[in-house]
Design a protein around this ligand. Structure first.
Ligand code: NPW
Ligand code: ADP
Length: 590
């Protein structure tokens, strides 16, 4: 039984994600087989027009149901669409949608952005028939011609000089706003005119409380990275995603702008008759687990050693970090936990987690002995960044490598790693070699990744995919680049598999959530009764995200209301109890 199918309402199948470059390559391969660009655009637009109708109909029915408590007939006479088109092929899709909707009885208005009246004769890639010598008419130009041939109403958008919202167009009070300004060709910050157009679109749609549908990808969002410049992008209710899923829809800013995504596949994902390998895979459901063997004991489920929770003289204590990791590892099902933290925190630790064993963080010999006994070492959470903490870090990693143990490095551990790398310390190469034969998991957020790569945070944020690959190339091991739509990179037989985590929410943007994740990773890894994939890094990231979602009721499976806390106010300390709940939900019943 696929447990998740019954438990979580979100799409549960992994989804292949592609970059703009790959999308263009697929299109070119399709055209090289003799297929026409305009034919493809027609198919795309025809299917989108049908989706637009049914989405609008659904919205009307829902509205009537909530207003009147009854289902009454959808009123077709009120169908008005405002379609904003740009100068590329995405705009071509928009013109054709206008054509089809008008044919189906909609009142349509096209707002042409980046056009002057005279451009309807000749404009850049819209080279249409005015010049008889020009043989090539682009698909977008043909789409425009077709729409004009049935007298689709249109206006040219003109930006205002004074940055007011007085944008020269008299937008129709439409009930559906369709964004066909930019598609996968959007590749840089929009200039003033496009900024104004995007803002005017959002304002008009909000004012009309209309349904907002993006063609292929919301304009302003970069398809290959999920980046939006200065928060200026179309905020869609639904994105009609053509050909293949774009990576950028599911990570970083993409999550705030795309709305629900509907796929319109159209052509094979092939280039030169070979299936394209996606840049990443979107995952939303955890693998289901088998019940434990009756004849087992605590030793069957591993021993996690958490090393962190330091108190540095004259600065804050960070005991909570180690406590959160340890309780999350236990909640995930590890058999035994020992926490090596500053002695001052032992009392607090044992009060909240009496199941744990403790050792002083500065008892080097004791910790080295424990490293030999543990199944997994998770290091760095609240470890501190001073020289003494660095010595503890180096000594623990060396000991773990010497006895061949899986290692999880988080937080201050990553800080030390970055500084060791900058000094060409031999530990970096040793860790990389170790990672070829043993599990090493590293879990930075963008700030930590920036330090590890000696870059600025915005350089990481602008291309998170490139950043996680660079981290893996330099340091080896498996990686999570944390944040909205966390990326996970796992190395298997010399190949890197990249996942985008499709669960989790902004309520998790609170202190200590990363410590919880480190604990979940360690707790799963320790359970050697589970097959490799079931205790993989992506499984841990999913369990962590699903737990956050269950706590803020973002899934349909939340039958235990006692766990609910909502996004604002969700605390890392709420996680362990909910992790236990998720672990139970994803385990097959006996
Ligand atoms: N090929 C086909 O048959 C099919 C294509 N399909 C559709 O085509 C879409 C891709 O079309 P596209 O390649 O024309 O890209 P699109 O995003 O429309 O515009 C690029 C233009 O915008 C410009 N530009 C970019 N960024 C900018 C900025 N910030 N500010 C200002 N300008 C900017 C850019 O300028 P450039 O970078 O060249 O200087 C270029 O002129 C795809 O998403 C799908 O909807 C489907 O119908 C299926 C069939
Ligand atoms: N907006 C968000 N959407 C999904 N997950 C998030 C979001 N914000 C934070 N998280 C998750 O919460 C955790 C936060 O980790 P981190 O920043 O290291 O916290 P800390 O260092 O305080 O423990 C990460 O796993 C991250 O992916």
């Amino acid at each position: 039984m696929d447990v998740q199918t019954n438990l979580f309402s979100k799409n549960t199948m992994p989804i292949a994600l592609y970059s703009s470059e790959q999308l263009y390559a697929m299109e070119q391969a399709w055209f090289a087989q003799g297929n026409g660009s305009f034919g493809l655009m027609q198919q795309a637009a025809w299917q989108m027009a049908q989706h637009i109708e049914s989405l609008y109909e659904k919205k009307c029915l829902n509205k009537q149901l909530t207003k009147q408590g009854i289902t009454s007939r959808f009123n077709t006479s009120q169908r008005r669409a405002s379609i904003w088109v740009g100068i590329g092929s995405n705009g071509g899709d928009g013109w054709l949608i206008a054509y089809y909707l008008q044919q189906r009885g909609w009142q349509v208005q096209v707002i042409a952005v980046g056009f002057e009246k005279q451009d309807f004769v000749v404009k850049g890639n819209l080279e249409i028939s005015a010049d008889e010598n020009k043989k090539s008419i682009t698909a977008a130009a043909r789409a425009l011609q077709l729409a004009l041939s049935v007298d689709c109403e249109y206006q040219c958008f003109k930006s205002s000089d004074n940055n007011t919202n007085d944008t020269s167009v008299r937008a129709l009070q439409a009930n559906v706003y369709i964004d066909a300004l930019f598609g996968i060709g959007f590749n840089r910050a929009p200039n003033n005119m496009y900024q104004q157009a995007i803002c005017a679109f959002n304002a008009a749609a909000e004012n009309a409380q209309a349904l907002v549908i993006a063609v292929d990808i919301p304009s302003g969002l970069v398809a290959s990275t999920g980046q939006v410049f200065e928060r200026i992008a179309i905020v869609a209710d639904t994105t009609l995603c053509l050909i293949a899923r774009k990576f950028g829809l599911h990570t970083k800013d993409g999550l705030d702008y795309s709305g629900a995504v509907i796929d319109i596949p159209l052509i094979p994902y092939q280039v030169n008759n070979e299936k394209l390998i996606p840049v990443a895979t979107l995952i939303t459901s955890a693998h289901s687990l088998k019940p434990r063997r009756q004849n087992s004991y605590k030793g069957s489920y591993g021993h996690v050693l958490v090393i962190g929770g330091n108190r540095i003289e004259g600065s804050q204590g960070m005991g909570g970090a180690a406590i959160l990791s340890a309780s999350s590892a236990m909640a995930t099902g590890a058999g035994k936990i020992t926490v090596a933290c500053h002695e001052v925190f032992h009392g607090a630790l044992l009060t909240s987690l009496p199941d744990a064993m403790t050792i002083d963080l500065h008892d080097k010999d004791g910790i080295n002995r424990l490293i030999g006994q543990a199944s997994v070492i998770a290091i760095g959470m609240g470890l501190g960044r001073d020289e003494k903490a660095k010595i503890v870090f180096i000594s623990c990693i060396e000991a773990a490598i010497a006895v061949g143990k899986p290692i999880i490095i988080d937080a201050d551990g990553l800080y030390h790693l970055a500084s060791l790398h900058s000094k060409n310390h031999k530990l970096i190469a040793e860790l990389k070699t170790h990672s070829a034969t043993h599990q090493v998991c590293l879990t930075p957020h963008s700030g930590e990744a920036a330090r590890l790569l000696n870059k600025k945070i915005n350089e990481i944020e602008n291309d998170r995919l490139a950043a996680i690959k660079q981290c893996a190339a330099i340091y080896g091991g498996d990686w999570v680049l944390k944040g909205a739509g966390s990326l996970v990179l796992e190395q298997q037989s010399g190949q890197a598999h990249i996942y985008v985590c499709g669960v989790g929410n902004a309520g998790m943007a609170t202190a200590g959530m990363g410590d919880v994740l480190a604990g979940v990773i360690a707790g799963l890894l320790a359970q050697e009764d589970l097959k490799h994939e079931l205790r993989s890094l992506h499984q841990a990231v999913l369990i962590h995200g699903l737990t956050g979602d269950i706590l803020v009721n973002q899934t349909s499976s939340n039958d235990d209301n006692s766990l609910l806390v909502g996004q604002r106010g969700l605390q890392a300390q709420d996680m362990p109890a909910a992790i236990r709940h998720v672990m139970q939900l994803i385990t097959d019943s006996l």
